[in-house]
Structure formats: C-alpha cells, structure tokens
Design a protein around this ligand. Structure first.
Ligand code: WQD
Length: 344
C-alpha cells in the first residue's frame, strides 16, 4: 500500500525529530525540510537507528517559497504538513522581534499559500501554552481566554493561530489541527535523539542535565518567592514522546476527516502542575544524581503558574500523556550521558 507522504518542517529539531520517529513508526513517509539553524543533521542518523528508515531530508528555509515549491514538485502527493519550523526562544524574541515575526509568520504564510496549489489536505501547527499568558485560573482549557502576549515569540504563536483560522474561514480547501504544547521535556528512551540546544540552554531541563553532568557549574532556580507552595514557578512538563504521539493522532484524524470542524485546537499537557523545585527532586530521585542548584533572582517575563486541563485531547483525540515525570527525567539524563559518549 502506498505510504501517505507528510512534510515535516523543522523535523531535525527537538520535538520535530521525535515526531518524525512516531510518524515513521505509524507507516507515514516523511520528508523533512530544515535550515539547521537550531539543530544538527546527525539527528537523521538517530532517527534511522530507531526506525530503520531514513527520512528524506532537504536543507532549506521554509521562508523561501521557491524551495518549498521545488519540494512539492519533487515529492508529489504530500497530503499533510506538520509545521515545527520557527524561532522559539522567548528572550531572544524580545531582542530580535523582526526576525521572529518574519521567520515564524512568512514560513506559515508560504505553506498555507502552497497547500491548495499542491493538494495538501491539512496542517498540524505547533503552538504553545504561551498564548494563555499568565492564566487567571489553572488548569487551562482551550476556552481559557488568550491574553496579550508577553513576548514577540508568544505573539507569533497567537498571530499564527489567527492566520490559520482566517485563511480557512476564507474558504481555502485545507484543514488544521492546532496543538498547544505545555513544557516538552525528556528524550527518546533509546537515548539516540533528544534535546540538543545550541549554546547555553534557555530551558530548564537541558540546563539541569548539563549541570548534573558537569558542563555547567550550577543551575539557577529563577525565584523561590512566588505565590506557590514551594515558592518556585509551576509548569506542566510533558514527555516529548507522548507529545510526538499526539501529532500522529492529530494527523490521522485530520486526513481521515474525523471531524467536521476545519480547525481544531488541543492543549497537550499532563494535567499535573509541577514546580521547578519538584522537578529537580524528581530528577534526583530517578537518577540518583544530585543537582547543584542555587536560588537566583526571578527571570523577567516568567509565568508563575500554568498547567493544562488536557481533557479535550483525552476525550476527542483519545490521547493521554503516559510517561511519569521520574521516567522522563531519567530519559533526559540517559540522553545527556549519550552526548558525553559522543564528546558533545
Ligand atoms: C521553565 C521554568 C523558569 C531555566 C518556554 C516557552 C514555551 C516553550 C518552552 C518553546 C520557569 C525556570 C528555567 C533555568 C529556571 N518554548 N528555569 N532555571 O519559560 O516555561 O517556556 O519554553 O516551545 O513556549 O515559553 O520554559 O524551561 O525556560 O522555564 O529556574 O535555568 O524553569 O523560571 O519557571 P518556559 P523554561
């Protein structure tokens, strides 16, 4: 049976690579476009080692419409797109807003313009809980009011969701599933792929594992004087493989017209709010490795508390996060150990 072709933009990235593995495991044929601005081409070796199949890889920029056209022409019959390709560092977006608006929005507009031309049926869009800002009430549902963004990065996610909705409302013959991630963490259990940030990690878990292995001297906990049980911020840390599996379910649903709605939105989280200090305890408990951390001043722009009510995804997608936080922390540690084996 002919395999269904899927284009994955940003497919050598952290969530992208884990999603490519699950797409291939589910029998899809995957074509990756990635400009390698925040990922490494040897991720392809990891994907192949896990699934036994090497995805087609095109080095290129989704902002370049001619590159996209050449992919659609060279690989006819692409039925769906998963769009990960975007700049995603909150702090950097405040310093370089025009880069973020251009990169994240032009790439999406190019895809939406070309989809009807090449008969692409739907796009799964990588959004973020950041669209909720600091929610008045937790857990957040898909109906929780969207607050004005606290960073250009968050604003690009809000604007992207509006662009998708407006283009589809205008009658474009395409569908979309918008997935709002909470905090993706961990690595594939094989430890062959994982999170590999360029330079000094902005996110908590890679900084934590790099501290635990001795690359970083100490982990700063940005504030323990918040209005939370232990004073540190609360997040919904979701295992990256659980997250990847949700993308396959969303793609299946979209391509088989399981919903009359042409745009659907789902929160992807565990439903459990976990504090920064609790996450450190989880890491130490599951790995037996102590983390050298200190309490530091608050990081400007941080949300204090945000975690998901995932019942819409649980009930409608039939998807539920499976992995425990302890197992997820252990997977992150095993990945960091693998990186050391490879001299990274
Ligand atoms: C989590 C918590 C920090 C680093 C952002 C984006 C989100 C998504 C994930 C892209 C916060 C604390 C962190 C450190 C710390 N991005 N922390 N020491 O900010 O919740 O979410 O990244 O998809 O859209 O908004 O993630 O991991 O940076 O921070 O104490 O060295 O960990 O203060 O409370 P965040 P994060």
């Amino acid at each position: 049976m002919e395999k269904t072709r899927i284009l994955v933009t940003g497919g050598t990235g952290y969530i992208g690579s884990h999603t490519v593995v699950e797409l291939q495991n589910a029998g899809y044929e995957v074509i990756i476009i990635d400009n390698l601005s925040n990922s490494n081409i040897n991720v392809l070796d990891g994907i192949e080692a896990i699934t036994g199949k090497r995805p087609v890889f095109v080095e290129g920029d989704v902002c370049n419409i001619d590159t996209l056209k050449s992919i659609f022409e060279q690989y006819p019959g692409i039925k769906g797109i998963i769009n990960f390709a975007a700049s995603k560092a909150v702090g950097e977006s405040i310093e370089k807003p025009s880069l973020y608006y251009r990169n994240n929005l032009v790439s999406l507009l190019n895809l939406l313009d070309l989809m009807p031309v090449y008969g692409v049926k739907g796009i799964v869009f990588s959004s973020s809980c950041t669209v909720y800002g600091e929610p008045d009430v937790n857990p957040v549902t898909e109906q929780t009011p969207i607050k004005s963004a606290t960073s250009p990065y968050g604003n690009t996610k809000q604007i992207s969701e509006e662009i998708i909705t407006d283009v589809i409302k205008s009658g474009a013959p395409v569908k979309s599933v918008i997935l709002r991630y909470f905090n993706p963490v961990g690595a594939h259990p094989s430890a062959l792929i994982g999170e590999l940030p360029n330079g000094v990690p902005q996110n908590l878990v890679p900084y934590l594992t790099q501290t635990a292995i001795g690359i970083r001297e100490v982990l700063s906990v940005f504030g323990d004087d918040y209005d939370t049980p232990d004073g540190s911020c609360i997040r919904d840390f979701i295992n990256v493989v659980d997250l990847a599996k949700a993308h396959v379910i969303a793609m299946d649903r979209m391509l088989t017209d399981r919903s009359e709605d042409s745009v659907e939105i789902f929160n992807l989280g565990t439903g459990n709010g976990v504090s920064v200090l609790e996450l450190i305890q989880s890491f130490e408990r599951s790995t037996g490795v102590k983390v050298n951390y200190k309490i530091s001043p608050r990081r400007p722009g941080d949300i204090v508390k945000v975690w998901a009510d995932p019942s819409h995804a649980n009930n409608v997608l039939g998807w539920k996060a499976q992995e425990t936080l302890d197992d997820t922390m252990l997977s992150a540690w095993k990945w960091q150990l693998q990186l050391r084996e490879r001299g990274l």
